[in-house]
Design a protein around this ligand. Structure first.
Ligand SMILES: Cc1cc2nc3c(=O)[nH]c(=O)nc-3n(C[C@H](O)[C@H](O)[C@H](O)COP(=O)(O)OP(=O)(O)OC[C@H]3O[C@@H](n4cnc5c(N)ncnc54)[C@H](O)[C@@H]3O)c2cc1C
Length: 372
């Protein structure tokens, strides 16, 4: 299927199976197991993974279309798929050995297990070099010890990509990436946080206490963990930007309904502004995906897309609450849920300030007259 066929498939699925359950997912703070199962059965947990590995094929354009359409239905459902694909399955595809792909990628691509990515810690988020989860060991295997914060899908995940350092004094060079099955003794979910928005997406604190892993749990080489993390997060940002775009689209549609109900010019200018923001965000998300599909570097494009799409989602959803007044401010109103969901996007997978830093660094390295 090409990207437009994937979009149509995801739109139809989301309309039928996600939109009717979105309010419940938010209220109960849970994506039901049967819906996760349906996502896998429909192929949405295998987009971008080659058929050789039991995936459904599809390029980056297909992936952004699917994530946007799922997120237009429920941001929590889309974030589960985005994390699973962009920062768990893709890194295994890119850095995994044949044995790791046999063991984990096939099941991830079929949706038989859900994937997660655990980098952030109580004392390390934006500054990844500060991670304190330690590993020890060598040819006979490894042992992990530490705490991970805010891991998405931490309860549901069957396999987690976990980052740890041999010794914090080694800085970036000490960090390695490990594949940790959730049933490994010593792994536990310490708590699950209640959130403002993206409710249904599990945001968890995880403890790794004496977690023993075989030698082949290492993803990539020892000391290559930061490269794996940052490489994964670039794709991850495009995925999260697509989810933000889906919320922006849903908020825009909600706004349009509010404006259409009113007489006169009320809300028309705001609706036009929202459309312009949405158009810009969509063009930037698609540009990042096109660069990726062309095999070009897309680090800048990913940061621009994440920055603009998450801002557009917040801005459009906020205007949507105003226009749906007074009902827009009531708990349970669609406009209110979309605003709460939108508000989380500037924080996840690298905050807005971190995207600005990434961009500024690359702009200052480039020649002065360079155009985007
Ligand atoms: C809903 C949700 C889901 C998440 N899912 C995951 C996940 O699946 N896996 C995972 O590993 N992490 C996850 N995270 C963590 C998220 O990526 C981090 O919270 C985020 O990167 C910020 O890191 P931090 O929490 O350490 O905050 P900090 O880095 O301490 O940031 C706090 C504030 O300071 C600003 N700041 C920090 N450094 C600078 C700087 N140098 N210059 C200017 N401003 C700066 C930040 O922009 C932010 O506003 C999730 C977070 C949330 C809220």
């Amino acid at each position: 299927m090409d990207a437009s066929q994937w979009r149509a498939h995801a739109r139809e699925f989301a309309e039928r199976e996600v939109v009717p359950r979105a309010a419940d997912i938010d209220r109960t703070d849970r994506v039901p197991d049967d819906l996760v199962h349906r996502l896998g059965a429909e192929g949405f947990l295998g987009v971008g993974i080659p058929r050789d590995w039991d995936g459904r094929g599809g390029d980056a354009r297909a992936l952004v279309a699917v994530l946007e359409e799922l997120s237009r239905g429920s941001a929590a459902v889309a974030v589960l798929a985005a994390v699973h694909l962009s920062v768990c399955a893709q890194p295994i595809l890119n850095w995994g050995t044949t044995a790791q792909k046999e063991r984990y990628l096939r099941r991830l691509a079929r949706g038989a297990i859900v994937g997660a990515f655990a980098l952030t810690e109580p004392g390390a988020g934006s500054d990844t070099a500060r991670i304190a989860t330690r590993y020890a060991g060598g040819p006979e295997g490894f042992e992990l010890e530490g705490t991970k914060m805010f891991t998405s899908s931490g309860v549901t995940a069957g396999i987690l990509l976990v980052f740890a350092t041999r010794n914090p004094s080694l800085g970036h060079a000490g960090i390695s990436a490990f594949l940790v099955p959730s049933e490994t003794p010593g792994f536990s979910v310490a708590q699950r946080f209640e959130k403002l928005g993206l409710r249904g997406s599990e945001t968890t604190e995880l403890v790794l206490h004496g977690v023993r892993l075989p030698r082949d749990a290492l993803l990539g080489s020892e000391g290559e963990g930061l490269r794996v993390a940052l490489g994964s997060l670039t794709g991850g940002r495009v995925g999260i930007a697509s989810c933000a775009l889906g919320v922006a689209q849903a908020a825009f549609e909600e706004m349009r309904r509010s404006v259409a109900r009113r007489d006169g010019d009320v809300g028309r200018a705001a609706l036009a502004r929202a459309f312009a923001e949405l158009s810009a965000a969509r063009a930037l998300v698609e540009r990042a995906a096109e660069r990726k599909d062309a095999g070009d570097s897309f680090v800048e494009e990913a940061s621009v897309a994440k920055l603009v799409a998450s801002r557009a989602a917040v801005s459009i959803a906020s205007a949507g609450v105003d226009l749906a007044a007074p009902h827009g401010a009531l708990a349970g109103a669609t406009a209110e849920r979309l605003w709460r969901d939108a508000r989380v996007f500037p924080i996840v997978e690298g905050t807005t300030e971190i995207q600005e830093l990434i961009l500024a660094r690359s702009l200052l390295d480039a020649e002065p007259g360079r155009k985007p």
